[in-house]
Structures are given as structure tokens and as C-alpha cells.
Design a binder for this molecule. Structure first.
Ligand code: KIV
Length: 273
């Protein structure tokens, strides 16, 4: 097997992530939504597994992340947690379960933590949701923030293009990042923003900054696992590096199976009772 597997088999905690930032060790993070994939991702040495609400697109075929429900996120969270030994598991709070009402936000957060057994939650937004962030943190639930392109706000933006290119939006993003750190978040995801801005946030903050389309000068990277494995076709943003072409591998294997069944080649003598 190629790659980097840490000798440190201890469970990854918020404290360990902050230590990794302090010693300049980059944090690896990938999404997973089910038990089988989570077991592979954890076994390959990934530090943090995100049960992203991108499950809406990747698993359910929706156009946006908005339809995801609390029950669905709990189902995916539980499935992932069962497959993981070492990685920290973070579950996304889905759209509509925390915005606007901090008490409802806390109730949703407690349900996810109690029922999925995840280690932490991720919420999109800064100042607008800071009361909710503080209330959830006050219950002892670790939170990772998410700024820049926030897919739950796609109907406000109208496009998935790079965010915070203009000064006003960049200034707000920096203020929001500081607010989240001061509130007690243990890390922040920055999605699709200029690399220079992301580098500035990572250098100003003491908590780890994880980028997706945010350049290399941040403390870690996250990708959607199906995208980096090349299972999806037709989605090729500049930030995506494909490490395999599983679409081809899987299609070839499945067409071979179809052929074998049609040709009465499967099952053979050894494959029956
Ligand atoms: O839902 C998700 O997969 C995410 C990542 C893209 C960061 O939020």
C-alpha cells in the first residue's frame, strides 16, 4: 500500500487537531456517508471524516444540499461512526435545523450527537448564526465553522462561483472567522475563496483552517471522496485532484458481470452449492 499512514493510532480529537496546526502538520479530511466507505477512509489514515450534507447531491442525487433532513444526517452519521476507529467524525447540521432559532439549533445538535455518536458538528455561517454556535458550544458540543462558499445559501448567491473576491465580502469573512474562533469553534472550513485570503485567515487564527478550493497555505484539505476517487463524471472544478478513475473501473467490472450472466458463464461449477 502506498501513502502516509500515521503511527499514532489514538483517536483524533479537537485537541490533537490544534496540536497538528501548531507543529505544522497538515490535516487530511474527506467526506464519507456510509459504513463501507468510512472503514476504507479511516483505514487509509485520514484524520477527519466529514459526514457532509453533500450526501444530498452524492447519495440522493439532489441538485442542492437543502433537502437534507435531520433524520437523514443522523442515519448517515451513525453508519459512518460504526466504520471508524481513529478519525474524528464530524456531521453537518442540515439546512433549516439551526438557522434563526438558537434553541431549535441546540435541540437539533443534541439529537445528532445522541443518536449518531459523532464527535463534532459543522455549521455554515458567521455572525448570523453566532448565537446558535454559542448555545451549542455551551452544551459541550464541539463545532467546526464553514465560511466562503456555503452551499446551503446557494439560492441567495445564485451561483457556485468563487466567493469573497471583493473587499467587502473578504472583510466580512475575516471578521466571521475571528468571531467563530472567539466563540470557541475548534476549526473552520473555507470553501472556494482566493488562496491569499485563506492563507491570511489561517495565519491570523490559532484554530485549524481546512480548505476546499482555498489553496495550499491553510492547515488542512477536504474533498468529497466520490469526486477524488473519480466516481463522478462531469464535475471538474479547478481544485479537484482525481486520485483514481473508479468510474471506469466500476463500469468495466459491472459490464463484465452483465456479459458473464448473459453468456451463462457466471456462476461456474466452483461458484455453486
Ligand atoms: O457537505 C460537504 O461535503 C462539505 C464539504 C464540501 C466541505 O461541506
Amino acid at each position: 500500500m502506498t501513502g502516509y499512514i500515521s503511527d499514532d493510532k489514538r483517536k483524533v480529537t479537537t485537541h490533537r487537531l490544534i496540536e497538528m496546526k501548531q507543529r505544522g502538520e497538515r490535516i487530511s479530511m474527506l467526506t464519507a456517508y456510509d459504513y463501507t466507505m468510512a472503514k476504507i477512509v479511516d483505514g487509509a489514515g485520514v484524520d477527519v471524516i466529514l459526514v457532509g450534507d453533500s450526501a444530498s447531491n452524492v447519495m440522493a442525487g439532489n441538485v442542492t444540499t437543502l433537502p437534507m433532513t435531520l433524520d437523514q444526517m443522523i442515519y448517515h452519521g451513525k453508519s459512518v461512526v460504526r466504520g471508524v476507529n481513529r478519525a474524528m467524525v464530524i456531521v453537518d447540521m442540515p439546512f433549516g435545523t439551526y438557522q434563526g432559532n438558537s434553541k431549535e439549533g441546540l435541540a437539533s445538535a443534541i439529537r445528532i450527537m445522541k443518536e449518531s455518536h459523532a464527535d463534532a458538528l459543522k455549521l455554515e455561517g458567521g455572525e448570523e448564526i453566532i448565537e446558535t454556535v454559542k448555545r451549542i458550544l455551551s452544551a459541550g458540543i464541539p463545532i467546526m465553522g464553514h465560511l466562503g462558499l456555503m452551499p446551503q445559501s446557494i439560492n441567495k448567491y445564485g451561483t457556485y462561483t468563487v466567493r469573497a473576491r471583493d473587499k467587502n465580502e473578504a472583510d466580512k469573512l475575516i471578521r466571521d472567522a475571528h468571531l467563530l474562533e472567539e466563540a470557541g469553534c475548534f476549526g473552520i472550513v473555507l470553501e472556494k475563496i482566493p488562496a491569499e485570503l485563506a492563507a491570511r485567515v489561517a495565519s491570523e487564527l490559532t484554530i485549524p483552517i481546512i480548505g476546499i478550493g482555498a489553496g495550499g497555505q491553510v492547515d488542512g484539505q477536504v474533498l468529497v471522496v466520490q469526486d477524488m476517487l473519480g466516481m463522478s463524471k462531469g464535475f471538474s472544478p479547478r481544485f479537484l485532484r482525481r486520485y483514481a478513475d473508479l468510474h471506469t473501473v466500476m463500469t468495466d467490472a459491472i459490464s463484465q458481470y452483465v456479459e458473464d450472466v448473459k453468456e451463462k458463464d457466471f456462476p461456474n461449477e466452483q461458484e455453486q452449492y
